[in-house]
Design a protein around this ligand. Structure first.
Ligand code: M6R
Length: 366
């Protein structure tokens, strides 16, 4: 059942090229330059008339929501707020019939997310679900939705659910951008072509596993990790840190790289490994200067870079390459090495990778 892999988590990491394809199959027609999803088409007016989109989710799904915030605002020019479902439901939020709420949940059973949906519905908002599990409570409770089609995710640490959520949310953002006229037809087509190449590029990224394992071996005994990223890759830094915490039990924090100077830089010394997402495009020069600041304090840099990078390579202790893509699609690639790094550290520390202590696959109680 693990298909020859040692753990479900590793199997699911390797399933990502096909899972991402399954998410866009039938919805994205590259030759015709069309994106169509029934749940979006049928409710196009609601989306286009929305004052804003509020995304509610927990954990990794919340991180996918943060990536979506960048892409919705950037491409479709719709204001987006991303909320922890647990906070949203209890803080007497201002919601009206002019709001569209997108609830993201792999399991479709997360108690806080379900409660946030019920609250939003009671205020008259239109609620759209992005779920993986077909027929789940959240899929049934929402007004409309679209499934990620990632297939069953057994490992408690979410992997393919995350990348397929981002894929689906990207399709929605592109569709709305087209309808809104905020993206040109050539740019739209370019995005589709690039998205279609992502599965192959994920495959290529997975080829770095042996190299990542070697890096894991060097750092497996440290007690703290930092993860930094900017723009679209800020949420990826948060996700990388969460993945390490939950399966290896090593303390890790994710930050927007520019926040370093506002506190976390005090933590840096020669014992602190810092994973920095430093792909081309996406504020590259600014990230390079963040790396210089870290190096002058003797921190150890593990850089996630674009193939052929030279600048970061010259500064970093280690680099892991990912193929070049559009900045908006880069989280689909930069996430992969972070999943593998956490996985290998956890395995080396003899952790129960698929069922980490104190965690459940779906959190059905608050
Ligand atoms: O099923 P959901 O997407 O609603 O679950 C949300 C979180 O509980 C989940 O993403 C959790 O953070 C994972 N263990 C992360 O790997």
């Amino acid at each position: 059942e693990k298909g020859g892999y040692d753990h479900f988590m590793l199997k699911e990491i390797y399933e990502q090229p096909s899972a991402i394809k399954d998410t866009y199959r039938g919805r994205m027609l590259v030759d015709e330059a069309i994106i169509k999803m029934a749940g979006v088409e049928d409710n196009m007016k609601k989306f286009l008339n929305a004052n804003r989109i509020i995304i509610v989710a927990c954990g990794t799904s919340w991180h996918a929501g943060l990536v979506a915030e960048y892409i919705f605002e950037d491409l479709a020019r719709i204001p987006v707020e991303v909320e922890y479902a647990s906070e949203f439901r209890y803080r007497n939020p201002v919601i009206t019939e002019k709001d569209v709420v997108i609830a993201i949940s792999q399991s479709g059973e997360t108690a806080d997310t379900l409660a946030a949906i019920k609250l939003a519905k009671s205020k008259g908002a239109f609620v759209f679900g992005v779920c993986n599990v077909v027929g789940s409570s959240i899929a049934r409770e929402t007004n409309a939705g679209a499934y990620t089609h990632a297939g069953p995710e057994i490992g408690v640490a979410s992997t393919k659910a995350f990348t397929t959520q981002i894929t689906l949310l990207t399709l929605i953002a592109l569709r709305l951008a087209r309808a809104n006229g905020t993206i040109s037809s050539s740019d739209f087509r370019h995005h589709l072509i690039e998205l279609e190449m992502i599965p192959e590029k994920v495959k290529k990224t997975l080829e770095s596993e042996a190299h990542i394992k070697m890096i894991a071996d060097i750092y497996k005994d440290v007690h703290h990790f930092l993860y930094l990223g900017r723009g679209y890759n800020f949420p990826v830094a948060l996700e990388g840190a969460l993945k390490l915490k939950e399966i290896s039990y090593i303390h890790a924090e994710g930050y927007p790289a520019a926040e370093m100077k506002h506190g976390p830089i005090a933590l840096i010394d020669e014992n602190m490994p810092i994973v920095v997402i430093a792909t081309k495009r996406g504020h590259y020069e600014k990230v390079v200067s963040n790396i210089q600041e870290i190096k002058s304090r003797k921190g150890k840099i593990i850089g996630i870079v674009t193939e052929g990078d030279v600048e970061v390579k010259a500064l970093a202790d280690h680099v892991i390459e990912v193929p070049e893509t559009l900045e908006s699609l880069s989280p689909l690639l930069t996430t992969i090495p972070l999943q593998l790094l956490s996985y290998h550290i956890a395995v080396m520390l003899n952790r129960n990778v698929d069922q980490p202590r104190n965690l459940a696959k779906s959190v059905t109680v608050e």
